[in-house]
Design a protein around this ligand. Sequence first.
Ligand code: FES
Length: 956
Amino acid sequence: MTAWIAFSVNGRAVDVEVNPMRRLADVLRDDLGLTGTKIGCNAGDCGACTVRLNGRQVCACLVPVAQAAGADVRTIEGLAAVEGLAAVEGHEGHDRHEGPLEVTDLAALQRAFLEIGAAQCGICTPGMLMAADDTLARHPRPTPAELADGLGGVLCRCTGYRKIAEAVAAASGGASVAAETAAVAVGADVGARLPKVDGIGRVTGVTQFGADERPSDGLAVRAVRSPHARARFTIGDLDQFRAAHPGLVRFLVAADIPGQNRYGIYPTGKDQPVLAEGEVRHRGEAVCALVGEEAILEVIDDAELPIAWQPLEPLADIETATAPGAPDLHDHAPGNVLVTGRLARGDIEAGFALGPDGPAATAAVEVETTFLEHAAIEPEAGWARRVGDRLELTVSTQAPYMDRDEVALILGIAPDRVRIVPTACGGGFGGKLDLGVHGLVATAAWLVGRPVRAVWTRPESMAASPKRHPARIRASAAADAEGRLTAFRFHGDFDTGAYASWGPTVANRVPVHAMGPYAVPAVLATTRAIHTNNPPAGAFRGFGVPQAAIAHEALMDDLATQLGIDPLELRHRNALRSGSVTASGQVLRASAGLAACLDALRPRWARLRAEVEAWNAGAAGRDEPSRRGVGIGAMWYGIGNTSMTNPSTIEMGLDRGGAVTLYSGAVDIGQGASTVLVQIAADALGVPAATVRLVSGDTDRTRDAGKSSASRQTFVSGNAARLAGEDLRRQLLRLAEVGDEAAIELGDGRVRLTEPGGPPVDIDLVELPTTATAAGDAWVLLGRGFYDPATTPLDADGQGVPYETYAFGAQVAVVEVDLELGTTRVHRIVAAHDVGRAINPTQVEGQIHGGIAQGLGLALMEAYVPGRTENLHDYLIPTIGDAPEIETILIEDPEPAGPYGAKGVGEPALVPTAPAILGAIHAATGARITRLPATPDRVLAALRALPDRRPPARRR
Ligand code: FES
């Protein structure tokens, strides 16, 4: 049933013939082409689709379009000062400077978001801006409480909300954004707070994400997923079913996969089928797929399909999977142990032996963490088309080149016959390092010969995407009377779920980091990745290191208490420094700034502890039920892949017109990689960053720059970008026969080079031969940079050089615990991070803020329960109301091997947050929470278990 519904959108009258019950969000996007309104959950949980309806913010996914009849609807496309923004940029808007759009075209809110760095991946940004627009309309100078109330319905997984709050305050007249930005933007591009090179598209909503393109003549593919965690199945007569459903073009089953029905991260670990072959190993696994008109697929009830299930007893957890007699889920993993990791150094028994020469204190801890969901606001999405004998896949991803190779295997064709065109990535955090929609859209488009699209629903994403590994950790440590660590022992079991995914990476990275950022003469660290019938656990910001840090930092607190040494001081005494030998036997070179981070925190640590002590005394005197505490966490993190090659190649071309383009295979997942790489390459060439265009991620137009993971893009691809810029510069200097000091000025069809005090030399670019590619790129000169970090394989004891460099950091948390309710409120985080060199301080701060928010979620609220968690109302992530005050201290201990001294910060920012919060809860209450998250019930149980339990406080 359809009806004509008339309303106004951004001041223009529209009249659409639709089902009146269709969601307003779908009508805006699909019927009116206003894809600036994003969809993250279709359940009113994430707020990405927030628009203003007659002035008030609403989730457009919850509004039947009939409700908009006669109403005034405002979307992100109506916020800017220019009209018709959606038509300004095409598909490539996300990876190029935004052509005709200028900062001056933007509304004040958008300008503030852009300049302050309040948009990272940008998927939440349109909804956030509309919520902010509504808030400012009601409260022109909002208080923090009004701001939290106004923006509380929109989730952001990237920013930690601080810069969003700053931007809204600035737009309301609270601060001069332009003046603040200009003050730090003077000088070279490296070190400047340049706005994102792709930022205008993100604050205007025109950046294209995975679900934003809908090819004409396209079909959709939808997976049919297992309702059982473990089962055998058979599929009956699908032809008969198809005949009864016009618009259903075909089914896909395992036998239809043209090539290899197995994929996985490691060449030796390809164990995950695109479509299951008679047996499913986790709930949500795809068993077959429907290809057809999208509207038809939406109404087909999977329960009607001829699938016969034979449920089997699932291996629900590590204990069950490793119990005697448990069935093996895979032939390659006897006992369900996928892989083990090990690091051994020094005499561990002697290090723990108590005695006159032995340690003065020992501590032990057991830690248990749960599955965590990435909860990127953009679910997995993309589309594919067959172009002759090639397959083009436009998709949201963190790893275009890995995707290319995996899709080629699935289709049974050579990798150069697959083209990956990354869309903007609406949050990754490791979750888009695995294949999502890829296998099915590629297979369907290949077989059907028409474009095929898929957008995972939020429950589908929750069921089928990889998770953070749950961990069971036992660890102990010993120290002498001066607090010097003498020994550290660690064992961690990680639930890697049904398939390998990144399980081997976690098992190998954790032993290297298990003892924390400390010099320890004797270490034994072992790990196992265990298969269960849970969703595959994969990469999630830190590859197991955040779980391990909870253990080593609890031990440091315990040893400090036993020895009567200040916890910060204990960490300082043991901190790895330049020249230290790590547990893997690596001698650290110049950059190891943990001691500097702790020195920077020391005065704040002392002041905050004194303030909290005074506050607690007052609270006790008033018989209030809350207590505050201050905790500290420290970390280190190896940059790049563990003990294996992980090179990047980046190119920089100069065309006949005098335009410079950076060809970068490194995708920006919101962390700012594109901006940072442009800044680095521009400085290396000697031109302003604003003059450099960018092509990002397209595998037909760039070289392989590896995955956006392991905090590697600034260090590894940054080095490649620097080398590309230097190579192009060298070629120009040679052509002009000028010296190294010459300044470069790009002109129209020429380049001018001028040595200090010398005459200008012009190179006429039109005279030079042009190289053109099939993908449409052309240049007269091309600089190329290649970088592969210097690592070595680890031996059987984990000895070697697993990473070329490490990031260090420490954070202090101030929390308030309600002793009656068990709730914890994080008031403040002070974060000091050694980033080597901050190429773009705004982006670095943004990464730290976002990492802290995810660390807070890990500590206090996030828990994915297989089979139960289905949406963002039953998986809680921090909102703006949970965001603490954050003070960021950037320590720049230059890394000689880094581009301009830079290292990386994406994952390091998250690692110390949960340890600091848990330490603060302990300081406030005396209870050490070791089973995460520290939900109110667990905090209360821990309080009740205290031997010197305080009498219940009275709530006033
Ligand atoms: Fe908010 Fe990515 S910038 S979700």
